[in-house]
Design a binder for this molecule. Structure first.
Ligand SMILES: Cc1cc2nc3c(=O)[nH]c(=O)nc-3n(C[C@H](O)[C@H](O)[C@H](O)COP(=O)(O)O)c2cc1C
Length: 386
């Protein structure tokens, strides 16, 4: 059986499956359930110092199903960060760490553009014993109206300054969570790493309009007849998340082909992948593109906490099939197969030429020489026979 354990930024996880920030990590009860079901780590629902400013609405979710089936493929939410008071969270962080001292609890935090507030939230969470931070620079709805979340994540300069404040106060690892609602996700990620963050997490939800009800003519989800664009998640976003994780990994780790000159800018930092993960095979793909850990949020809302066990079995079966003993053995393996379109065209041309030569019996590689056909093969390579 393969070894699924990972050590990331000094944190020891029994497996790479992490509860992503959202409803599955929204209070001590459900966080405890996640640890009982053997999730590798839990990132709590994003907390802030003043929850009284957070007012949620209902309904706040809308789902997209595959045509003609019950299968949920897309999920939109207009949910804000945690509306529970910070003092209650402090109490719960302590209780969770008391009960599960060896398990990894990551506090997702978010504040306005205010140095004192960021330092205060970092120091108070640390005092409760959490193991790491994830900075939410990525919530696409609601919070940007207060210049929080994606509004910061879309501004690399601002983000670098805030990450600097956090890293000045933090004594534990810090991951910056990126918004996909930007043209080049590497730009804010580079700023976060420059400011000293140990890791990058990506992606948060993709800004979306789920649909318009053709009876009422109102956009959904409808609250008192009106709506706002929300965040799209679940398996429909996975190809976009894979692309962005590939871009981030290429910036951080380079081509991953073992050649020193192709190394990336941040070889020693970590990458946590998020977006539409529901199976061990999904996770394997993100790891092949450079991720050390893989987060799941919507999947837990659809399948429940027990999916961790199934995903571990699936990932382990994948590793056994390829004889990978550890996660590190195949992390980033597939990055080297990305190239330019021009290179694809050249490769196609070369392959065609080689095939033609082989068909005509021409030797193009030294391994093709055969003892019985040696003279015939030599003759075929002669350009002119005067
Ligand atoms: C209902 C809901 C609430 C979420 N709340 C948060 C949050 O508080 N903080 C955060 O960083 N991300 C939040 N997210 C984003 C997820 O953590 C994750 O980045 C995104 O949904 C993509 O992953 P998934 O397809 O596994 O859900 C939320 C997602 C959903 C669906």
């Amino acid at each position: 059986m393969a070894d699924l354990s990972v050590v990331v930024d000094g944190l020891k996880l029994p497996n790479p499956f992490v509860i992503g920030s959202g409803p599955p990590g929204t209070n001590a009860n459900v966080i405890g359930k996640a640890f009982d079901e053997n999730w590798g780590a839990v990132i709590c629902k994003t907390v802030s110092l003043d929850a009284s400013k957070v007012v949620n609405v209902a309904p706040r979710y809308a789902r997209m199903r595959a045509q003609g089936t019950k299968e949920v493929i897309g999920w939109q939410n207009i949910e804000l960060i945690s509306d529970r008071s910070f003092e209650v969270w402090e109490d719960e962080f302590k209780k969770i760490k008391d009960k599960y001292p060896d398990r990894i609890l990551i506090a997702s935090i978010m504040e306005e553009y205010n140095k004192e507030a960021w330092i205060e939230i970092v120091e108070r969470c640390q005092a409760c014993g959490v193991d790491a931070f994830e900075l939410n620079f990525s919530c696409p709805h609601g919070m940007p109206e207060r210049k929080m979340g994606a509004a910061m994540g879309q501004d690399p300069e601002l983000l670098e300054e805030v990450c600097g404040w956090v890293n000045g106060a933090a004594t534990i690892p810090v991951w910056a969570k990126m918004t996909p609602n930007i043209t080049h996700i590497e730009d804010p990620a580079r700023s976060a790493l420059k400011a000293g963050c140990e890791g990058i997490a990506a992606i948060n939800t993709i800004l979306s309009v789920m649909g318009v009800n053709l009876e009422t003519l109102r956009p959904e989800p409808t609250v008192e007849g009106h709506s706002v664009p929300g965040g799209y998640s679940c398996k429909a976003v996975r190809p976009i998340a894979l692309r962005m994780v590939m871009e981030l990994a290429t910036m951080m780790y380079g081509k991953g082909d073992g050649d020193e000159k192709n190394e990336g800018e941040y070889m020693d930092r970590s990458l946590s992948a998020i977006g539409g993960v529901e199976t061990g095979d999904d996770a394997a793909q993100f790891i092949l593109l450079g991720a050390s850990t893989v987060q799941v949020c919507t999947g837990v809302m659809i399948h429940g906490y027990k999916m961790a066990g199934r995903m571990c079995e699936e990932l382990s079966a994948f590793m056994d099939k390829h004889d990978f003993k550890t996660i590190e053995e195949f992390r980033g393996h597939s990055l080297k197969y990305f190239t330019t379109h021009m290179d694809l065209v050249q490769r196609q041309k070369d392959a065609k030429a080689e095939k033609k030569a082989a068909k005509e019996g021409m030797v193009t590689k030294d391994t093709a020489w055969e003892g019985d056909k040696f003279v015939e093969q030599s003759n075929k390579l002669v350009a002119n026979d005067d």
